[in-house]
Write a protein that binds this ligand. Structure first.
Ligand code: PLP
Length: 459
């Protein structure tokens, strides 16, 4: 298996190189040249495997250039940090099944991919003798998951910028109380957008990028997608026969794109994918109206989906265009100029065959947390509630519905308090954070200040 760019501008490369490249050098996104077919016999073998063992069986299909024993060890280590023995347990509540993806160290689903990616980075850097300085901006969840993914690792330093006093207290503490020598938190006096703009500017300074071996950790890395494919298969195979539907709260199109790949591999086990957004409805509009056009970001109670540029969208576009990279390249160039894309009747039909979609507003989200709690006693986080709301809209009696639960409710305690009148109980991993030592550098929202800080502390 080789990896190609959605824009067709690179020679095919292996998995290892694809992970290190992140974004394809021609500006496109990397994809495998084929999606492996899985026969009935293999599926039978996969049924009943533990999460980490299944993870190994799935990921090895996409990463033939990592020796099996090494890959197995990397994966075992990545999921040993999860607090639940099943890693991503599936629990039934009311009419739906909840796939709990929040038992990792930072209590959000991003741990599933970033625990793996951190270990893969470390492995590949050791092999090549190189080093990497990771630089990223976060509005909360990605930063802590990335920090926990690489803390204490050799040959990697990580610099994460968050907007000073504009992330939740728990999110801030989850980042700043990691005081390993290779972790550098930067709080800028500005917004998340300021942070992202700074990161973008620094990555565009190619001399600086090369000199410091800058690495990115955002959701365009293929290793993140492939790690997420696993939990769809893990959940689907727990139903002994027939197909299941999935509901996915999404912003970047990353998580649901992993579901799209999983369904390609197991078409007899996965039926519908429900794409749920909050008021930032770029993606749900894409499915229901057949247009992809930028809107303004509005703040909601599900902040990790307050996004108007879906960084993984181009991967789906490539398949929608029947794997035509020329067409994908033209479409993205045109989107770059006009901020919108339109689709033919026939394409709209195909989009609708692939996804159901619903945008869920904040009062509906709050009501869903409250109603679900009243009916089942189970507390949903606001992101998960967006997905559950959409799931209940589309559910039918034919097949089971699995709702991806992307965060522990304690991470978004204010939204939960509003809905059910009390804050969720804090899990042990975050209960003691206030008393821990913390470290963070406060800087102006200024490229030169951030650069100077990376120069002073980079590997
Ligand atoms: C990042 C995040 C999402 C959105 O994931 P995408 O890959 O952008 O679809 C949803 N919920 C939570 C809690 C997140 O942290």
């Amino acid at each position: 298996m080789k990896y190609i760019s959605t824009r067709g501008g690179i020679e095919p490369i292996g998995f290892k190189e694809a992970v290190m490249m992140g974004l394809a050098r021609d500006g496109g996104l990397l994809l495998p040249d084929t999606i492996p077919a899985v026969n009935k016999e293999t599926i039978k073998k996969w049924q009943g495997l533990k999460f980490a063992d299944l993870s190994f069986e799935v990921i090895r299909l996409f990463a033939p250039d990592i020796p099996a024993a090494d890959l197995k060890e990397i994966i075992q280590r990545s999921y040993a940090t999860f607090s639940h023995p099943e890693v991503t347990p599936l629990v039934k509540h009311g009419k739906v099944h909840i796939l709990e993806l929040f038992h990792g160290p930072t209590l959000a689903f991003k741990d599933v991919a970033l625990q793996f990616l951190g270990n893969v980075f470390e492995y590949l850097l050791k092999e090549s003798g190189q080093r990497m300085n990771i630089l990223g901006a976060t509005s909360g969840d990605t930063g802590s998951a990335a920090i926990y993914g690489v803390r204490g690792k050799e040959r990697i330093n990580i610099f994460i910028i968050h907007p000073h006093k504009r992330v939740s207290r728990i999110q801030e503490l989850q980042m700043t109380t990691v005081v390993d020598a290779n972790v550098f938190n930067i709080a800028i006096r500005g917004t998340f957008d300021d942070g992202q703009a700074i990161v973008k500017t620094i990555f565009n300074d190619l001399d600086f990028k090369d000199k410091y071996g800058l690495g990115a950790i955002n959701s365009i890395n293929w290793a993140r997608i492939v790690a997420q494919v696993v939990y769809y298969i893990y959940a689907a195979l727990q139903f002994k026969e027939g197909r299941v539907d999935f509901s996915v709260p999404t912003g970047n199109f990353g998580d649901i794109f992993a579901g799209f790949i999983a369904r390609r591999m197991l078409p007899d086990h996965i039926r519908n994918l429900v794409l749920a957004t909050n008021e930032n409805d770029l993606l749900s509009r894409f499915v229901t109206k057949g247009e992809y056009s930028l809107g303004k970001v509005v703040q909601t109670t599900s902040p990790s989906m307050d996004i108007q540029v879906a960084s993984n969208f181009e991967r789906f576009l490539y398949y929608l265009y029947n794997e035509d990279s020329g067409r994908t390249r033209e479409a993205m160039a045109s989107f770059g100029k006009s901020g919108r894309l339109e689709f033919s009747q026939k394409e709209q039909q195909r989009i609708k065959e692939n996804f159901f979609a619903l945008a869920v507003n904040q009062s509906e989200t709050t009501a869903t947390i409250a109603d679900f709690h009243k009916e089942t006693g189970y507390v949903l986080d606001p992101h998960t509630a967006v997905g559950v709301r959409a799931a209940l809209h589309y559910i039918d009696d034919q097949v089971p519905m699995v709702c991806l639960s992307t965060a522990h409710p304690a991470k978004f305690g204010d939204a939960v308090l509003q809905a059910i009148g009390r804050e969720p109980e804090l899990p042990a991993s975050v209960a003691g954070l206030e008393d821990k030592e913390s470290r963070c550098q406060i800087l102006d929202a200024d490229v030169d200040q951030v650069k100077a800080f990376v120069e002073a502390n980079g590997l």
